[in-house]
Ligand binder design. Structure first.
Ligand SMILES: [Zn+2]
Length: 397
C-alpha cells in the first residue's frame, strides 16, 4: 500500500546523512511520538536516524515525559561541562587569547566554566532559544540563531565546542563541515553527543528515541562522520560511558566514509535488544511501584522527578499521592509539579517526616544518596536500580 509506505518508510528523497546511501530501513516506531517519527537504519553504513527530519517545528510545551515527546526541559548539558573542560585543558593552551565558538550555549554553563579557566579568551555563543540565550549576554558575543543559520567567517576560531546539539540537526554532516570551515588550521573540535550504546542497558525504561533527536550515533558512526568532515580524532570517547560520546578532533583533511555491513547488523541487534529489555522492564515497574507504595506508612521521599518518575507513574501505575515528598534539585526551577505532586528542593527533606528516600537516578545515584544522608541522617536510602533488579528477578522466576 502506497500510503502505508509513506507513513512508515523513508521517502524517495531521504538519503543517509553519513554515506549518502538510499537504503534506509524502518526498524522501530518510538512510543508516544507526537511527530510521527520512525527510526531507520542505513543498511550500508549502520547509522541509525529518525525520519521525517522535522527539526523546525514549533516548540511544544515543556514535557518531562518518559515517552518520545520528552523535551524542552534542557538541563542535561550542564552535567557535561566538567568533561568538556577536562578535554579542552588536555589539548589546548587556555592561557592565551583563544577564540572559541560555543554551539547551542543554552544557559551558558560551559561558557561560564570556560571563561573562568581562560579569562583572556573570546567566545561566540550561538543559541536559538531566546528564553535562555540571554544567560550568555555580557559574557560572550551572542548570536541568537540556529547554528545552520549563523553566518560565521572562515578560519576564525581555535576551538569549536558542541554539546548534545548535533543529534538534533537535520543534516549533521553539513554542520560538521561548517565547523571545519570556521576553524583555523589545526583548530580543535570538542563534540559531545548521546551514545546509542545506552540501549544495551539492562535497566532501561524510558523511551530513548525521543522526537527531538534525529540521529542516534555509536562511537563508530560518529567517528566516521567526524573524519568525513575533515578532522583527525585525537581523543576517543570514554568506553565506560554508555550515555555520552565525547570526541576531541583536530582540523585536518576529509576522509571518505565507507559502507560497513557489520555496523548495520550490530545496530539492528542493539535496537531489537532494547525493545525486548524495555518491554520487560516496563512490566517490572508495576512491582517497583507496589514496593514503594508498601513503604508509604514510613513516609517516602522520592528523589528525582524526571523520566524515571514519569515511567513509574505511567507504566508502573504508581500513585504519587503515596509520597511524602518529591524532590528534584534541577527540575524544581523549571517545572512546579509532576503528576499532581509539588516538586521540592533537597532542603525540604530535613524538615520532612520521610523515613525512606528512594533515589530515582542512575548516573548520579551515589552523589544523591550522600546528599540525602546528610539532610536526613536517619532515613533509609533505597535505589531505584536495586528495586528494579529485584522486580526483574521475581518476574523471571
Ligand atoms: Zn549510511
Amino acid at each position: 500500500m502506497v500510503t502505508g509506505f509513506l507513513l512508515w518508510g523513508a521517502t524517495m528523497s531521504d538519503t543517509c546523512d553519513l554515506c549518502g546511501g538510499d537504503r534506509l530501513k524502518p526498524v522501530y516506531r518510538p512510543q508516544g511520538t507526537t511527530r510521527g517519527i520512525t527510526v531507520h537504519l542505513c543498511a550500508a553504513c549502520g547509522l541509525v536516524q529518525s525520519l521525517p527530519r522535522s527539526d523546525r517545528e514549533k516548540r511544544n510545551p515543556a514535557a518531562v515525559s518518559s515517552a518520545a515527546d520528552w523535551g524542552n526541559v534542557r538541563y542535561g548539558k550542564g552535567f557535561r561541562t566538567g568533561q568538556a573542560m577536562e578535554a579542552l585543558a588536555r589539548h589546548a593552551d587556555l592561557s592565551g587569547g583563544i577564540a572559541l565558538l560555543d554551539v547551542g550555549s543554552n544557559r551558558g554553563s560551559f561558557v561560564k566554566a570556560f571563561l573562568a579557566a581562560a579569562p583572556n579568551a573570546h567566545v561566540v555563543a550561538v543559541e536559538p532559544d531566546e528564553r535562555v540565550a540571554q544567560s550568555c549576554a555580557g559574557l560572550a558575543e551572542l548570536i541568537e540563531a540556529r547554528i545552520e543559520d549563523a553566518a560565521l567567517e572562515s578560519g576564525r576560531f581555535d576551538v569549536v565546542h558542541s554539546c548534545h546539539t548535533i543529534e538534533h540537526l537535520a543534516h549533521p554532516a553539513r554542520t560538521l563541515a561548517d565547523h571545519h570551515r570556521v576553524l583555523k588550521d589545526g583548530g580543535l573540535l570538542i563534540l559531545d553527543a548521546p551514545n546509542i550504546a545506552l540501549l544495551a542497558s539492562d535497566d532501561i525504561v524510558e523511551e530513548w528515541f525521543i522526537d527531538k533527536h534525529l540521529y542516534h550515533f555509536s562511537a563508530e558512526t560518529l567517528a566516521r562522520m567526524i573524519e568525513a568532515a575533515g578532522f583527525e580524532i585525537v581523543q576517543q570517547p570514554d568506553p565506560s560511558d554508555r550515555s555520552n560520546l565525547l570526541f576531541v578532533a583536530r582540523k585536518s583533511v576529509a576522509a571518505r566514509p565507507a559502507a560497513d555491513a557489520r555496523l548495520a547488523e550490530e545496530a539492528e541487534d542493539l535496537i531489537a535488544r532494547y525493545i525486548a529489555t524495555r518491554a520487560r522492564n516496563l512490566s517490572a515497574l508495576t512491582a517497583v511501584a507496589a514496593e514503594i507504595a508498601r513503604l508509604s506508612p514510613r513516609g517516602v521521599a522520592l528523589w528525582g522527578a524526571g523520566r524515571l518518575f514519569d515511567s513509574l507513574v505511567v507504566h508502573g501505575r504508581f500513585n504519587p499521592r503515596a509520597l511524602t515528598l518529591l524532590i528534584d534539585k534541577h527540575l524544581k526551577p523549571l517545572v512546579g509539579e509532576r503528576h499532581g505532586c509539588m516538586v521540592a528542593a533537597p532542603e525540604a527533606l530535613s524538615e520532612s517526616q520521610a523515613g525512606v528516600v528512594v533515589v530515582m537516578s542512575r548516573d548520579f545515584a551515589r552523589e544523591i544518596a550522600a546528599e540525602a544522608k546528610s539532610l536526613a541522617p536517619h532515613a533509609e536510602i533505597l535505589f531505584y536500580s536495586d528495586l528494579l533488579s529485584r522486580a526483574q528477578t521475581r518476574l523471571a522466576a
